[in-house]
Design a protein around this ligand. Structure first.
Ligand code: PHE
Length: 360
């Protein structure tokens, strides 16, 4: 074996044995680097006779190419092996079923909105919507709440910023879902039967109040709709929602600018042993505000009050959720604490229906 064969065997063996890219680079430098063994041998060509130079030079170039090719091949092989190792470690069986533990849950507020919507849909109510940033007119004036009306203060309104030079009243974050009454009347006319669930805002914060909360508005307008219809609809709703066969409602005279007459509605319940039971016992719990729509409100919605009449009601969705599912603190609803959501949340794929069951 001549000297070049010895070199060749040394480097090719080294390359074959190299375990990583750093080892390969070391070999490359030792052989082909500026001061590498092959490079030095190339430099010696100058001292040879022309004949020697031709044979040795050629042999050296062949050796250089061989080592170079072996280095590249090994580098690719190492990269492939690294990728294979990674793939072997990170494989994922996409045919496995999902892990229920990791599944998201439906927030109690969304659940109750779905339940309420299902119950009223069953009674022929469609869902209407309106914006959360509402004009002063829709939130107040159209609902017969004049600028100097005390109800405006009671609502603890959040006002949007407005250029002080602009004489128009600023927009507000809607303080109730009642403005959707006006929008729905304008959009659909009479007769009409809608509910409007959604977010509302008031400046208030304690165990039972948050600055953002949810209401559902209800409205039915026809030629002869009366308080009797209101009472029946609310009773049917409460039976279905609280999933009890009997409920008793008490209508208490009240006042809202947008209804006449107005009534707050209480439901018979018992709190024995700290446990709420609906439909029995000797306590009464207020659950909503309601009444016959004021003629001025019908007019604001573009409906002739001499021809049509209707009822409206509004109730707090969050409170309904707290009552039905025994959730003590309202503030936790909006803290996005995953442990809370997992505890109080609902299975994501179970849609509540009146016939299939609301909460189970
Ligand atoms: N908008 C009233 C509130 O927020 C509730 C209500 C709606 C009362 C409709 C009567 C009729 O308190």
């Amino acid at each position: 074996m001549d000297a070049l064969d010895v070199l060749k065997a040394k480097y090719l063996d080294g390359i074959a044995a190299a375990g990583d890219e750093a080892a390969l680079e070391e070999i490359r430098l030792a052989a082909l680097g500026k001061k590498g063994e092959i490079s030095l041998k190339m430099r010696e060509l100058g001292k040879m006779t022309p004949e020697e130079r031709q044979t040795v030079g050629k042999a050296l170039n062949v050796l250089k190419d061989e080592i170079d090719a072996a280095l590249r091949a090994k580098k690719t092989a190492l990269a492939d092996a690294a990728l294979d190792a990674r793939l072997a470690q990170e494989w994922l069986d996409v045919t496995l079923p999902g892990r229920p533990r990791r599944q998201g849950t439906i927030h109690p507020v969304s659940q109750v909105m779905d339940e309420v919507t299902a119950i009223f849909a069953d009674m022929g109510f469609a869902v209407a919507e309106g914006p959360q940033v509402e004009s002063d007119w829709y939130n107040f004036d159209a609902l017969n709440i004049a600028p100097e009306h005390p109800a405006r203060q009671e609502h603890d309104t959040f006002f949007m910023a407005r250029d002080p030079a602009d004489p128009r009243p600023p927009h507000v974050l809607r303080t109730h879902t009642s403005p959707v009454q006006i929008r729905a009347m304008q959009a659909q006319g009479a007769p009409i039967r809608v509910i409007a669930p959604g977010r509302v805002y008031r400046m208030d914060m304690d165990q039972t109040h948050t600055p953002m909360f949810h209401q559902v508005e209800g409205m039915a307008i026809g030629k002869d709709i009366s308080m009797a219809n209101l009472k029946w609809v609310l009773e049917e709703f409460c039976k279905a929602f609280f999933e009890v066969d009997n409920v008793e409602l008490r209508f208490r005279a009240s006042h809202f600018p947008f209804t006449e007459p107005s009534a707050e509605v209480d439901i018979r319940c018992s709190w024995e042993g700290g446990q709420l039971k609906i439909g029995e016992g000797n306590d009464w719990m207020e659950i909503l505000g309601s009444g016959m729509m004021h003629p001025k409100v019908l007019e604001a919605g573009g409906i002739d009050p001499n021809e049509w009449q209707g009822f409206a009601f509004g109730m707090g969705i969050d409170r309904l959720a707290m009552l039905k599912y025994g959730i003590p603190d309202l503030r936790a609803f909006f803290e996005s604490d995953l442990r809370w959501l997992r505890h109080y949340g609902f299975a994501a794929l179970d849609l509540p229906t009146v016939f299939g069951g609301l909460s189970k």
